[in-house]
Design a protein. Structure first.
Length: 465
């Protein structure tokens, strides 16, 4: 049974989907105005892990992740770049998708873009206005009235009585139009900065606020309520808090059953910031020679609710783990020729159980990985017993685990050319004729071509090195 830590209730809970055998979940996507850095990628690998594990367990999954392609930053930076907003965000959206593919992040089933979903947002806002949960200012902004929602801030543990008007003195002149400093914008009235980036609505022209996007798109594609909503801990307040408030007030039903949040990431013990120069992008790390698998492994080796300190030096260590997986599979493919391991089925059952027990425990990847390593050690110890068929069974189970982990290296090409096969054959004939000089010579020729031949009691076996 899958249990997940539900931020809304501050405890681990057994996961029960709304529709049996089916899971609908949403993850807040990136704002596409720049290259994603590794801090962003932690969340997306985390979403992918859940997505893959739900599929591993046989659920029918609908995973929706948005792209935020309109906000202050996208508008500002597209202007700086001298490009239309759409052209500008198309570029970074495509780069983001490429990064995801590199990190073996499966494409979500639905990837809506905010600018294409404005009608759903208008509908939601109209509902809030009609029910008195939102109000319009003279400037044309629409704010959500948090005092009207008695449940506001529950998940984040916000104490409403502690919220004072303009406590930090940072309100801008526009914001003084708010009835309460904490009221948040669901719609921003048009101003010159927005240029031609606006929509007409019954309450005037403008553009959506950030929080409203996720509420409207998730309802449109997953329904309300839906099963799981994911994001980084930094989104709990205000973003997710505001999503809950506006969705529940607009539609009068619960918004989401389970909330999952991944912890922060620091780099070399420091917060990521442009001034420290530690906001690595994926391409920067790849250019330094690290493999995508070693980088992905860094994200999955620890539990998602643990704070993570990203250290570049750890990537080399990760690479040796990735190589270990690769060598293990290669050896299984090429060297198993024992008589059969009678305990194998029990061992296979045991490792699958242990792997699933770890993953079922709130996606505890460190437990699941430990189970895989123990299994590999055990198989290696008994390697000489493995028959060809046994080895295939081990490979099959390992590959099943990798449908979740997605860190095994692409297996090296494992077929010989006809010429190499002929060399092995000639060498075997030479050995049988006790012509050791020719046999050694042929062995060396093969080795020069990257094919290592070993002799076993049942004949020669080869490996591409
Ligand atoms: Zn969101």
């Amino acid at each position: 049974m899958l249990t997940i830590y539900n931020t809304a209730n501050h405890r681990k809970e057994v996961f029960k989907p709304i529709h049996e055998g089916e899971v609908r979940f949403y993850g807040c996507g990136p704002t596409i105005y720049n290259y994603a850095h590794i801090g962003n990628m932690r969340a997306f690998v985390f979403y992918d892990l859940l997505n893959r594990y739900l599929r591993y367990k046989g659920y029918k999954v609908t995973f929706c992740m948005n792209l935020t392609d309109i906000d202050d930053k996208t508008i500002r930076d597209s202007k700086k770049a001298g490009k239309k907003l759409r052209e500008f965000t198309d570029f970074y959206g495509a780069e983001f998708m490429k990064d995801c593919q590199t990190l073996h992040i499966q494409k979500p089933d639905i990837v809506p873009r905010a600018t294409e979903e404005v009608p759903a947002m208008i509908e939601l806002i109209q509902n809030l206005l009609d029910k008195g949960y939102a109000y319009k200012t003279e400037k044309g902004d629409v704010y959500f009235k948090i005092n009207k929602d008695p449940n506001y801030g529950q998940m984040a543990g916000i104490d409403m009585s502690s919220l004072r008007f303009n406590a930090d003195g940072r309100l801008t002149a526009d914001e003084y139009e708010k009835e309460n400093a904490q009221d948040f914008a669901v719609w921003k009235g048009w101003d010159e900065q927005d240029g031609d980036n606006f929509w007409e609505t019954p309450w005037g022209k403008g553009r959506p606020g950030w929080h409203i996007e996720c509420s409207a798109m998730s309802k449109k594609y997953l329904g309300q309520p839906f099963d799981i909503h994911m994001g980084g801990v930094d989104l709990i307040f205000p973003h997710h808090t505001n999503e809950i408030a506006q969705s529940e007030c607009a539609y009068g039903t619960k918004y989401v059953n389970y909330w999952m949040h991944n912890e922060h990431i620091t780099v070399n013990g420091q917060k990521m910031s442009k001034s420290l120069g530690n906001c690595f992008t994926l391409n920067e790390l790849l250019a330094k020679g690290y493999s995508a698998e070693a980088i992905r492994y860094e994200f999955i080796k620890a539990h998602y609710r643990q704070k993570m300190d990203f250290q570049e030096s750890a990537l080399s260590g990760n690479q040796s783990v990735i190589d270990k997986f690769g060598n293990f599979l290669t050896r299984l493919q090429n060297e198993a020729n024992g008589a059969g391991w009678s305990d194998l089925q029990a061992v296979l059952n045991q490792v699958q159980e242990a792997f699933e027990k770890g993953m079922d425990d709130d996606l505890n990847t460190s437990i699941a990985l430990a189970a895989v390593f123990d299994f590999m050690t055990n198989v290696n110890k008994n390697f000489e017993k493995l028959s060809r068929e046994d080895a295939d069974k081990v490979i099959k189970v390992m590959k099943k685990f990798d449908t979740v982990l997605a860190v095994f290296p692409e297996s090296k090409q494992q077929s010989l050319t006809p010429e190499q096969e002929a060399l092995i054959q000639r060498r075997q004939e030479a050995r049988l004729a006790k012509d050791w000089a020719t046999a050694d010579n042929l062995k060396k020729q093969l080795l020069d071509q990257g094919v290592e031949v070993k002799d076993t009691p049942t004949g020669p076996v080869w490996k591409i090195i």
